[in-house]
Design a protein around this ligand. Structure first.
Ligand code: FAD
Length: 444
């Protein structure tokens, strides 16, 4: 695969940054609720609050949609993220709640797109846990049993039965969900927010949040906001302030790349008739999806730990882009001559439980974070539920599933640079073993 003319972007490959930024906060303001962070999580919270007649201010350091919300792979998942076998082992009782939350979240986003007529190329294809080996297929079957027992809706089949490319052994289709252009989705949500009654300040980085006389005071470079409630929705960027719970999450940088346009007949020859997005069953997944521009967007495979704050603006590492290209050529041998056109990346937040987390610090500082790489569906849904909880004074059962009354979290394990490198090495070892087995079957 050719990687000699890749455009490396510090934002997203899906859309350009907006040019109509809202002015930064200049002076002091008061409101009932201040939302910090204008990703799909914070925007959904602010929108719901505005719809419900609350006086809400949203503060975003760059522009709404600047974070991972516009940069992700656009796979709207209908199942929880993380290692479902491990989650089932450690938190079996939580599985039905997590499954329900995941499916409700995907439906919520589908409804949002339809209600606001957001032109984000959404197609309800579902997504597949795709197996690259017989070993991974065994894992897919075990995961499917766990998901079904927890009330989720999935179908298991061979590549031909599911309509996924022939280079994969088979997989498990999440019936709910699909694929979209996440940049258009985020900027579409931004427009709905800007048209609402919410007061939105872009280019406004929050530097501190403190409690004062029963209220919360939020400090920005040119003004302070005094609010009855604050919602922290900064995802991977949480942890910049003393008020954020310790060990809430770990920031990780992940990368997506996009091929050049591919001739439609070559795509048709792959047997990818369902058009579903795919995630492999490695400990650190690879993802692959088609786009309406006849390209394939794919990525992840390696996680890079962010250290300290603020997190840097980054472009992907060339060596990782080459590694992703190598993996693509293995999964899609007939397209091994195709070039990569674009590469970009973003910061995600991972919790120690690999589950999304929401909670409250004291009475009036709320947080929700870390949909662990599955936030395209879950972040907007959880944001909406937090808004409802602030207005109604009680929590929906889906929010209760994630809720932490005591904001104390264990130190995440295996999330240091050495731990992540070890997980990556185990994946590569398994790939080599599976490759040798495949060759032995072919020639033996
Ligand atoms: C490359 C990549 C691929 C992914 N693929 C998928 C996928 O296919 N499916 C899926 O479900 N999920 C995927 N994800 C995860 C998903 O994108 C996230 O879970 C989701 O976007 C989180 O939304 P958010 O609003 O919480 O965070 P963000 O979109 O990161 O928003 C946080 C916002 O807070 C702002 N901010 C930070 N600090 C401050 C401050 N001090 N003051 C004011 N504002 C601040 C930031 O500028 C940012 O706009 C992927 C993520 C990445 C990076």
């Amino acid at each position: 695969m050719r990687t000699d003319r890749v455009t490396y972007s510090a934002f997203s490959g899906w859309v350009d940054a907006p040019t109509d930024l809202r002015p930064a906060l200049d002076g002091d303001a008061t409101c009932r609720v201040a939302v910090i962070g204008g990703g799909i999580n914070g925007m959904s919270t602010a929108l719901r609050l505005a719809e419900r007649g609350q006086d809400v201010v949203l503060l975003e350091s760059e522009f709404c949609g600047h974070g991972s919300s516009s940069r992700n792979a656009g796979q709207l998942a209908g199942a929880p993220g993380g290692d479902l076998q491990l989650l089932n082992l450690l938190a079996r009782k939580k599985m039905p709640g997590m499954m329900r939350l995941a499916e409700h979240a995907a439906r919520h986003v589908e409804e949002f797109i339809a209600t606001h007529d957001i032109d984000c190329e959404y197609e309800a294809t579902g997504n597949a846990f795709a197996a690259v080996s017989r070993g991974q297929m065994g894992r897919v079957r075990r995961v499917a049993r766990i998901v079904t027992r927890a009330g989720g809706h999935v179908e298991v089949g061979t590549a031909a039965e599911l309509g996924i490319p022939r280079g994969f052994v088979g997989g498990m289709r999440e019936v709910v969900g699909g694929r979209m252009n996440p940049g258009r989705f985020s900027l579409g949500m931004r427009q709905v927010l800007l048209d609402s009654a919410a007061r939105v300040f872009e280019g406004t980085k929050v530097s501190d949040i403190v409690r004062e006389g029963g209220q919360v005071v939020v400090t920005t470079p040119r003004g302070r906001v005094r609010a009855d409630h604050v919602v922290l929705a900064t995802n991977a960027f949480a942890g910049e302030w003393d008020i954020t719970p310790k060990h809430l999450s770990v920031p990780l940088y992940v990368v997506e790349v996009e091929t050049e346009p591919i001739a439609p007949e070559r795509i048709a020859a792959l047997g990818w008739t369902s058009g579903m997005g795919l995630v492999t069953q490695h400990a650190i997944m690879e993802n692959y999806r088609l786009t309406p521009r006849n390209t394939i967007v794919f990525g992840v495979r390696r996680l890079e730990r962010g250290m300290g704050h603020p997190l840097p603006e980054k472009v992907p590492d060339r060596a990782l882009v080459e590694e992703l290209a190598g993996a693509f050529a293995l999964r899609f041998p007939s397209l091994a001559d195709v070039a990569i056109d674009r590469a970009w990346g973003g910061w995600i937040a991972i919790t120690s439980s690999w589950l999304p987390v929401a909670g409250r610090i004291g009475d009036n500082v709320h947080f929700s974070i870390a949909c662990n790489g599955h936030g395209l569906a879950q972040a907007p849904y959880v944001g909406t539920l937090i808004a409802d909880a602030i207005v109604d004074g009680h929590r929906h059962e889906d929010l209760q599933t994630l809720w932490h009354d005591e904001p104390r979290f264990p130190r995440p394990v295996m999330m240091g640079r050495v731990g992540l490198r070890t997980i990556w090495a185990i994946d590569r070892f398994n790939d080599r073993v599976n490759g040798s087995r495949r060759r032995a079957r072919k020639f033996g």
